[in-house]
Design a protein around this ligand. Structure first.
Ligand code: MG
Length: 253
């Protein structure tokens, strides 16, 4: 799998590099920083670790700010249903991210009520996680979708109870000083090594009925109005179903 991850990263960065200007001729500078890549599943040397199996120090409850009540067992994080969505303590803009997730082996519920979670870029744009193995639902709500906007190019889901992974590149929206949108967000996503979102233009926040960009907004479940033009935290969704996670890291771009 590590070779695959290395391949994804190389493919992502070569095809969808973010704000990377060309350099022509034969210059000797700038010399690219040396980074140790993914080895034996371990994150790159310059990654920010959001969950390594030990603790949830990087996360807190989205509304109360209290420590996470999700369970950690043998290095695996599992949603404690109903205890609430989590928010990262750190805020981010453009990122490359890796996250491994596993719906419950026991099939409970159907459609959106079967193994539902999600990772929200900037607390606004949900990349859906769902047990989409033989589980019909609206196509832009299945695993690998930008929720309610883009279905995945293919359904790359594993059977329930098996680990799956997302590798993604997120380009944050850009606003001018007047708070007007200058450039929308973009997402590229690999699901289990398969390209499922190909540099899609995010239409706006994914939880209102109509997607929207607002310089001053109320992110998902956060419960407060805030400046949404800069760095914002990630959300990890408690949708009321069993979902487990491991090996969560990102690189700021
Ligand atoms: Mg979800």
């Amino acid at each position: 799998m590590n070779k695959f991850i290395t391949f994804f990263v190389a493919a992502i960065l070569s095809t969808y590099s973010i704000a990377q200007d060309p350099i022509l001729g034969d210059p000797s500078e700038p010399v690219p920083t040396i980074v140790t890549g993914v080895v034996d599943g371990k994150p790159p040397s310059d990654a920010i670790i959001l969950f390594d199996g030990n603790n949830m120090d990087s996360w807190e409850h989205v509304r109360t700010g209290e420590p996470s009540k999700w369970h950690i067992d043998n290095g695996i994080l599992t949603v404690a249903n109903g205890t609430g969505t989590l928010v990262s303590k750190q805020s981010f803009s453009d990122i490359q991210m890796h996250i491994e997730w596993r719906p419950s082996a026991e099939i409970v519920g159907a459609g959106q009520s079967r193994g539902n979670s999600g990772i929200f870029m900037q607390s606004l744009f949900e990349i859906q996680m769902l047990d989409s193995w033989d589980n019909p639902t609206y196509v832009n709500g299945q695993a690998g979708s930008v929720y309610h906007q883009y279905p995945p190019l293919v359904n790359a889901s594993n059977p329930p109870g098996e680990w799956q992974n997302y590798d993604l590149v997120f380009k944050a929206p850009v606003y001018n000083r007047e708070g007007q949108l200058e450039a929308p967000a973009y997402i590229t996503l690999f699901h289990n090594g398969v390209l499922v979102l190909n540099h899609v233009e995010v239409l706006g926040s994914t939880f209102p009925r109509v997607p929207e960009y607002r310089a001053v907004c109320e992110p998902y479940e956060i419960g407060e109005i805030m400046d949404c033009t800069g760095k914002l935290p990630l959300l990890l969704q408690d949708h009321g179903q069993v979902m487990s996670f491991r090996n969560i890291w990102l690189r700021e771009l």
